[in-house]
Design a protein. Structure first.
Ligand code: NAP
Length: 320
């Protein structure tokens, strides 16, 4: 549905990942006029996760795209509007009403829920930008099938890196995990799976200092962080999984953040600006999972409803 200029909504949700879709479901079901703005594909990073084993209610697991499609369908049942456009700015006037400017024009909202998640961190080494999309990837689920029978590298030692490495073994002939330390950060269950997978090798205490190739990736220069020695390692693809950073550019000046840029909220998802809530991976929190994101989204929507009610109550009282 196309939003027309000047339309006033109760709730504007920015981001259609698990947190945003859960917030949309709760807000729509509470009969609040609700719009979700998403610049990319609905479902966020969860929609690029091949298989999700730890979301309750699916004992056999469920594919990320399937789970996220179901969440969107459920929200749409409650008359939530979706716009596919980037939000460029959010501002708040003296009456506490928000103006949201998106690629589809400007509209106002009584509350805003920021559920923009995170974007993958890049390595920042020579060759990375040039070879992005032609051998350098940040998403194994999206690009893995292009690397059939190739030897690929995964950079990182956290959950993402190991999940990516395990997924890539379906296609690649060999997956080498390059990690800057001598032990993984990933959870034990993932480590056990990776250590017992014959297609996965590990290259410890090493970082990539350059990605090499002209029209495709041919290999990398590896540096041993203990000795400083460098060497060439041949590879047909490089998957970067070294963490993410929060996507908060358009509300940076309106919210308090921690030292890594994640939005600080209380347990009611309230940010430092009244009426502006944050939910999901974009928040400063200890566990970033689909299950915690949907919980955040539900809390944010319920708190948004309370905020609208209080605002309405005060404005009615002021008129009398
Ligand atoms: P992460 O936990 O922050 O791990 C990032 C990894 O990359 C670390 O091993 C880190 O090394 C390494 N690293 C960081 N900067 C680097 C650099 N410049 N060069 C080389 N290596 C670098 O990030 P994540 O793995 O993306 O996970 C993020 C969150 O999502 C976590 O809370 C995780 O539990 C969650 N997650 C969960 C699942 C799941 O449950 N299935 C899947 C994916 C993500 P050090 O270890 O030395 O710091």
């Amino acid at each position: 549905m196309q939003l027309h200029e000047g339309k006033n909504m109760d709730v504007a949700i920015i981001g259609a990942g698990p947190a945003g879709l859960s917030a949309a479901l709760y807000a729509g079901r509470a009969k609040l006029s609700t719009v979700v703005a998403e610049q990319g594909v609905s479902g966020g990073q969860a929609a690029t996760t091949h298989w999700i084993e730890n979301y309750p209610g699916f004992p056999e697991g469920i594919s990320g795209p399937d789970l996220m499609q179901r969440m969107e369908q459920q929200a749409r049942k409650f008359d939530v509007e979706f716009i596919h456009a980037a939000v460029n700015s959010v501002s708040r006037d003296s009456r506490g009403c928000f103006s949201v400017t998106s690629g589809e024009g400007e509209f106002t909202a009584g509350t805003v829920i920021v559920a923009t998640g995170t974007v993958p961190q890049s390595l920042g080494v020579p060759g990375e930008d040039k070879l992005r999309g032609i051998g350098v990837s940040y998403c194994a689920t999206c690009d893995g099938p292009f690397f059939r029978e190739k030897e690929v590298l995964v950079i990182g030692g956290g959950d993402s890196a190991i999940v990516e490495a395990l997924f890539l073994t379906r296609f690649a002939s060999k997956v080498t995990v390059i990690h800057r330390r001598g032990e993984l950060r990933a959870t034990k269950v993932l480590q056990d799976d990776a250590f017992s997978n014959s297609k996965i090798e590990f290259c410890w205490h090493s970082v990539v200092s350059e990605i090499l190739g002209d029209s495709k990736v041919e290999g990398v220069t590896l540096r041993d962080v203990r000795t400083g020695d460098t060497r060439f390692m041949e590879a047909g693809g490089v998957f970067v999984a070294i963490g993410s950073r929060p996507d908060t550019g358009f509300v940076e000046s309106m919210v308090d953040t921690d030292e890594r840029g994640y939005v600080i909220t209380d347990d009611r998802m309230r940010t430092s600006t009244p009426g502006l809530f944050a939910a999901g991976d974009v928040r400063a929190k200890s566990l970033r999972q689909v299950v915690t994101a949907v919980s955040d989204g539900a809390v944010a929507a319920v708190e948004a409803e309370k905020h609208l009610f209080e605002r309405q109550r005060f404005s009615t009282r002021d008129k009398h």
